[in-house]
Design a protein. Structure first.
Length: 320
C-alpha cells in the first residue's frame, strides 16, 4: 500500500478539478472535467466514484475526501445551501451523501477557504500563524487563518471581503451597499476601461481588442500597462486602491502577518502589487505598514485541490 493520501475536489462553475494529494502537499494525480458534464448530483457522484476506484486500484490509501464549492456551505455539517453558478445544488447534504456512498470521511467547505488552507500549509503562507487570503476573479473572495486554523465564523462564511463596503453610499447589490467586488471584479475592471474609451480616452487597449470593448479583460489591461499605457496604469492603480481600502480594514480588525493575493488579476505582478502596497501603507499607521506583508499566492490553480485534500488529511473541526 502506498503513502496515505486524500482526494481534493475543487468544484467550480466551469470545471471540476480532482487531485490526489499526499500529506506533504504533493499532487500525485490530477484530472479535470467540465462542470456541464457532471452538473447533476448523480453524474457528479459517479465521476468521483470513478476517481476513487482508480486511486485504490493504483494502490493508494485514501484517508478521506475534501470538496471546495463556489457558494454558501456549512463546513460543520458538510451542507451546501446554494451554488449560484451551478443549478440544482441547493440544500444538498453533500458530506452525508458521500460518506454513505463511499465509506470515507468527507469535508465540504467554501472554495476560497480551501484555497487559503492550501496556501497556508504548502504555499505562500507556510510558516505564518495569522494570514488573510484574497482571490481576485469574477468576484473577490477572501478567507482568514487565525492561530494556524481557518476561521469560518458563526455561519461558516467569515472572510467574505468581496462584500466589505469600501464606499459608504456606493453601488447596491444583494449583499449590501458599496461592496469591494462591485468595483474590482474582472467584469468591473473591464467595464471601467470600456467607459473611459467611450468617453474618448486614447489607449493602446483599443487596438489590442480590435476596437471591440466587449473583448477587454484584466489581462489585456495589464498588457497595455506593461507598455506604459496611461489609462491602463490608472485602472491598475484604481484597482489597487480599492483593494487597499478593504485590506486596511482587515489589518486593523485581525492584524494578520500577511495578506496573500491570488487569482487572475493577481497575475499582473508588480503592476498590481506595487500600488497595492503603497495605497495600503497610506491607510495604516506606520507601525502596521512596516510589518504587514502583501505577497502573491504561489500554488496557482492547484491551491483549491491541495487545500481540499488537506481538509481530509487534517480532519479538523467538522463532524462529517
Amino acid at each position: 500500500m502506498k503513502a496515505e493520501t486524500a482526494l481534493g475536489i475543487d468544484f467550480g462553475g466551469t470545471s471540476v478539478k480532482i487531485g490526489l494529494v499526499d500529506f506533504r502537499g504533493r499532487m500525485l494525480q490530477e484530472e479535470h472535467c467540465a462542470t456541464s458534464a457532471c452538473a447533476a448530483l448523480p453524474e457528479w457522484l459517479a465521476m468521483v466514484g470513478g476517481r476513487i476506484s482508480a486511486c485504490r486500484a493504483a494502490g493508494f490509501k485514501l484517508s478521506g475526501i475534501g470538496v471546495g464549492v463556489p457558494g454558501f456551505a456549512d463546513f460543520t455539517r458538510g451542507y451546501i445551501y446554494n451554488l449560484t453558478n451551478v443549478p440544482g445544488w441547493r440544500g444538498v447534504p453533500l458530506a452525508a451523501i458521500m460518506r454513505r456512498k463511499f465509506g470515507l470521511p468527507v469535508f465540504v467547505d467554501n472554495d476560497v477557504n480551501a484555497m487559503a488552507l492550501g496556501e497556508y500549509l504548502y504555499g505562500a503562507g507556510k510558516g505564518l500563524r495569522h494570514a488573510f487570503f484574497a482571490t481576485l476573479g469574477t468576484g473577490v473572495g477572501g478567507a482568514l487563518v487565525i492561530g494556524g486554523k481557518v476561521y469560518r465564523g458563526a455561519f461558516s462564511m467569515a472572510g467574505e471581503i468581496g462584500h466589505v463596503p469600501i464606499r459608504m453610499n456606493g453601488v447596491r447589490t444583494a449583499e449590501g451597499r458599496g461592496g469591494l467586488e462591485a468595483y474590482v471584479g474582472n467584469r468591473k475592471i473591464a467595464a471601467c476601461a470600456a467607459r473611459a474609451l467611450r468617453r474618448g480616452r486614447k489607449s493602446l487597449i483599443t487596438a489590442m481588442v480590435n476596437n471591440n470593448p466587449g473583448a477587454i479583460t484584466p489581462k489585456i489591461i495589464a498588457g497595455a500597462a506593461r507598455r506604459g499605457d496611461r489609462l491602463a496604469l490608472e485602472i491598475m492603480d484604481y484597482t489597487a486602491d480599492c483593494l487597499a481600502t478593504a485590506f486596511a480594514a482587515v489589518t486593523y480588525l485581525v492584524q494578520p502577518e500577511a495578506i496573500i493575493v491570488g487569482g487572475g488579476v493577481a497575475g499582473s505582478g508588480r503592476l498590481l502589487f506595487a500600488p497595492l502596497r503603497r495605497h495600503l501603507a497610506e491607510r495604516l499607521h506606520p507601525y502596521f505598514a512596516e510589518r504587514i506583508k502583501v505577497i502573491p499566492a504561489v500554488l496557482g490553480a492547484r491551491a483549491g485541490m491541495i487545500g481540499c485534500a488537506a481538509l481530509a488529511l487534517r480532519q479538523e473541526g467538522a463532524g462529517a
